[in-house]
Write a protein that binds this ligand. Structure first.
Ligand SMILES: C[S@@+](CC[C@H](N)C(=O)[O-])C[C@H]1O[C@@H](n2cnc3c(N)ncnc32)[C@H](O)[C@@H]1O
Length: 211
């Protein structure tokens, strides 16, 4: 290849890099979406209204382990760490290595651990990090586009891993996740946030002693 051809080939890469730098974390999120649209399910991270509303009912003084599925570029991570006690832990699980690398490089809080893996394996992941249950699990997974069977399996494993009194927090563009949750959680509170792209349904599945 001639030097002219090499220069022509390098140009789109240079432009891509410039655009990504200009977009900052949003560029990383967008790149993750372009590579795995079905798994990511959204082109824009959650709004601050969704974050505030979703985390509102959490009893932070009773939370030792908070688990998040599908953190993406970490829209919820800092707000969770800001509310979590000093001895609390946040474990996030994502299947996308681009997001996990980004989070490991950008969040240095010693209470934070980013795991490359599937939410379906939450019980093994929680045990491998020295815990026998989670107090709260938050999910940003796109339940309506996940491969068949994955959503129900995740809801079941999540119900097992949460301690009685804890909750499964879910935000979604559709009500699909609620049906998966309802098989395991008897009490589900719900809400709707209009100021999000797209507007989001919020669900809190509370685990009781008799669930
Ligand atoms: C809509 S994005 C969530 C973005 C972010 N939480 C926010 O609020 O802006 C969905 C995320 O779920 C991840 N994901 C998809 N399937 C997964 C699975 N089985 N286990 C863990 N993460 C998964 C994707 O890689 C992506 O990061």
């Amino acid at each position: 290849m001639s030097s002219n051809e090499l220069a022509r080939e390098a140009l789109p890469t240079k432009i891509k890099k410039k655009v990504k730098r200009a977009l900052g974390p949003w560029g990383v999120f967008l790149e993750g979406f372009v590579r795995h649209p079905v798994m990511v399910g959204s082109i824009i991270p959650s709004s601050r209204f969704t974050i505030q509303r979703m985390l509102g009912p959490v009893k932070w003084d009773e939370c030792r382990l908070f688990v998040e599925y599908g953190p993406g570029i970490g829209t919820f991570c800092q707000p969770v760490l800001d509310r979590l006690g000093r001895d609390g832990r946040l474990i996030v699980i994502d299947t996308n290595p681009l997001y996990i690398d980004y989070l490991r490089n950008s969040i240095t809080d010693s209470r934070f651990t980013a795991v490359l893996g599937s939410a379906a394996d939450v019980e093994e992941i929680v045990r491998a990090h020295g815990h026998d249950h989670a107090d709260y699990v938050l999910s940003g997974l796109p339940f309506s586009t996940l491969p068949a069977g994955v959503g129900p399996a995740i809801a079941e494993a999540t119900h097992r891993v949460i301690r009685p009194g804890g909750a499964f927090l879910v935000y979604q563009f559709s009500t699909r996740a609620r049906a998966f949750m309802a098989r395991h959680f008897r009490r589900i509170d719900s809400d709707f946030v209009f100021l999000n792209v797209l507007p989001a349904f919020l669900f809190w599945g509370w685990k009781s002693d008799t669930d």
